[in-house]
Design a binder for this molecule. Structure first.
Ligand code: GCO
Ligand code: MG
Length: 402
C-alpha cells in the first residue's frame, strides 16, 4: 500500500481543530489530530510546508520508520509544534493499518487488558456548594472519578471555573484575556473544599484536583500534605515541570499522588520524573507527544517504575485523539485513568465516532482502525477562528503560570 495524498482540514465547530487526512492507493484513509490549542496554524503550516510532501509514496504500515524519519530526519527535535505534527501523521497511519487489517487499533497494541477505560470528568462551581452539586451530578451520570475545581474567595477568576454558567472551555476567541491570581488565598481555601466534597460524596468516589502549574515545589508540598485526609486520586500539575527535580521536594513531604505532563511532548520531558518515581501518573497526550508510537514507548518505560498513565483529554484534543487514547488505554497494562471532558454536540457531529461511555468507563468500540471519522462538508461550515488560552498575573501585576 502507498500513501497517495495528505491534506489538512482546519475547522472550528465551537472550538478550533486541525485534522490530518492521509489517503492511500487502496482507497483507505486515516485521520490524525494536529490540534495545538492557541497555536493551531503553526502546526498546520509545519505539516503542509515541510512534512506532507515527504509522505507521498511511503508505505503506511511503516509507522516506526516514518516516525524516525520525521523525528531524526528533521535534525531539529522535540517541541510541541514538531511533536504534534509527527503525532498527526503517526495516528493517521495507525488508523489506516487497523482498517487495512480489518481490526480495531487496540488489537495492534496488545489487545484488551481490561473491559473498559476508567475516565474522570470535570466538576466545578463558583463556590463550594456549587462544586459539590456539580460533583454529585457527575456521579449520578455514572462517573466513578471526578475532578473538582472551585472559585477561590477573593480571587476574581479561578482556573477550571467557567464564566456565566457556560460549560468550561479553556480557549477564548479573540486576544488572550487576563486574570488575577493569589497563591495565598488558594492555599488557604482548597483544603476546606475537599473536606466538604469528601464529606458529601463518601469514601468511594475518586476525587482529583488540577493545580494547573501554579505553585512552587514547597507550596505544592504544603497543599499535598493538607489534602492527605481526603485521599485524592491525584493532585495534578502542582508546579511547572521544566525543573524535574523540583518534584523530589514535593514527594519528600506528601503521600498525595501526583500527576503531571499534559504539556510534555517527549519521554525526555519526564525521564527523571519517572525514573526517580517522583510522579504517579504521566499525562503526556498522544496528540502532543508524538502519537501512538511514542506514547506507547513512554507508557512502557513508565511501567518499569510503577508509574501509570493518565492521558490528557480536554476539549482541545479532538475526538481523533480521544479515540487513539482509548485504544492505547484499553491495551496497556499500566493504564491508570483517562481524562474525559465531553466535546460539544456540534464537535461530536463533525467527528462521528464509535467510542462510548458506560457506567464510569469508556470503550473505543470495535470498528476497524480508530473508529472515528470527519464530516468534511459540515466542518467546512465552521472556519478557523483565532483563539487563545488566558493569561494570569499575580495581584501585583507579575505574569504567572495560568
Ligand atoms: C486539563 C487541562 C486543560 C488545559 C487545556 C489547555 O487538565 O484538562 O489542564 O484544561 O488547560 O487543555 O489547552
Ligand atoms: Mg490539567
Amino acid at each position: 500500500m502507498k500513501i497517495t495524498a495528505a491534506r489538512l482540514i482546519v475547522c472550528s465547530p465551537d472550538r478550533n481543530f486541525v485534522t490530518l487526512k492521509i489517503e492511500t492507493d487502496s482507497g483507505l484513509y486515516g485521520l490524525g489530530d494536529a490540534t495545538l490549542n492557541g497555536r493551531e496554524l503553526a502546526v498546520a503550516s509545519y505539516l503542509t510546508e515541510h512534512v506532507l510532501p515527504c509522505l507521498i509514496g511511503r508505505d503506511p504500515f511503516d509507522t516506526e520508520d516514518v516516525w524516525q524519519y520525521l523525528y531524526r530526519g528533521a535534525y531539529w527535535r522535540r517541541g510541541p509544534v514538531t511533536m504534534t505534527a509527527i503525532a498527526a501523521v503517526d495516528v493517521a497511519l495507525w488508523d489506516i493499518k487497523g482498517k487495512a487489517l480489518n481490526t480495531p487499533v487496540y488489537n495492534l497494541l496488545g489487545g484488551k487488558s481490561r473491559g473498559g477505560v476508567m475516565v474522570y470528568t470535570h466538576a466545578n462551581g463558583r463556590d463550594i456548594a456549587e462544586a459539590i452539586d456539580s460533583v454529585q451530578q457527575h456521579i449520578s451520570e455514572g462517573y466513578l472519578a471526578v475532578r473538582a475545581q472551585c472559585g477561590v474567595p477573593g480571587v476574581e477568576s479561578s482556573y477550571g471555573v467557567p464564566k456565566g454558567g457556560k460549560p468550561y472551555e479553556p480557549a477564548e476567541r479573540g486576544l488572550p484575556s487576563e486574570s488575577l491570581w493569589s497563591t495565598e488565598k488558594y492555599l488557604n481555601f482548597v483544603p476546606s473544599l475537599f473536606e466538604q466534597v469528601r464529606m458529601a460524596v463518601g469514601k468511594d468516589v475518586h476525587l482529583l484536583h488540577d493545580v494547573h502549574h501554579r505553585l512552587t515545589p514547597i507550596e505544592a508540598a504544603r497543599l499535598g500534605k493538607s489534602l492527605e485526609p481526603y485521599h485524592l486520586f491525584w493532585m495534578e500539575d502542582p508546579c511547572p515541570a521544566e525543573l524535574q527535580e523540583g518534584f523530589e521536594l514535593i514527594r519528600r513531604h506528601t503521600t498525595t499522588p501526583i500527576a503531571t505532563g499534559e504539556v510534555f511532548n517527549s519521554v525526555w520531558d519526564a525521564h527523571d520524573l519517572i525514573r526517580r518515581q517522583w510522579i504517579d501518573y504521566i499525562r503526556m497526550t498522544i496528540v502532543h507527544g508524538g502519537g501512538i508510537t511514542h506514547a506507547k514507548k513512554t507508557a512502557d518505560f513508565a511501567a518499569l517504575y510503577q508509574v501509570k498513565t493518565g492521558f490528557h483529554g480536554a476539549t482541545d484534543l479532538s475526538p481523533v485523539t480521544m479515540a487513539a487514547a482509548l485504544h492505547l488505554g484499553i491495551a496497556i497494562h499500566n493504564f491508570g485513568i483517562q481524562e474525559h471532558m465531553a466535546h460539544s454536540a456540534l464537535t461530536d457531529e463533525v467527528f462521528p465516532h464509535q467510542y462510548r461511555f458506560d457506567g464510569g468507563y469508556m470503550h473505543p468500540g470495535d470498528a476497524p482502525g480508530l473508529g472515528v471519522d470527519i464530516d468534511e462538508a459540515l466542518a467546512a461550515k465552521f472556519p478557523y477562528q483565532r483563539a487563545y488560552l488566558p493569561i494570569a498575573r499575580k495581584l501585583d501585576g507579575t505574569l504567572t503560570d495560568w
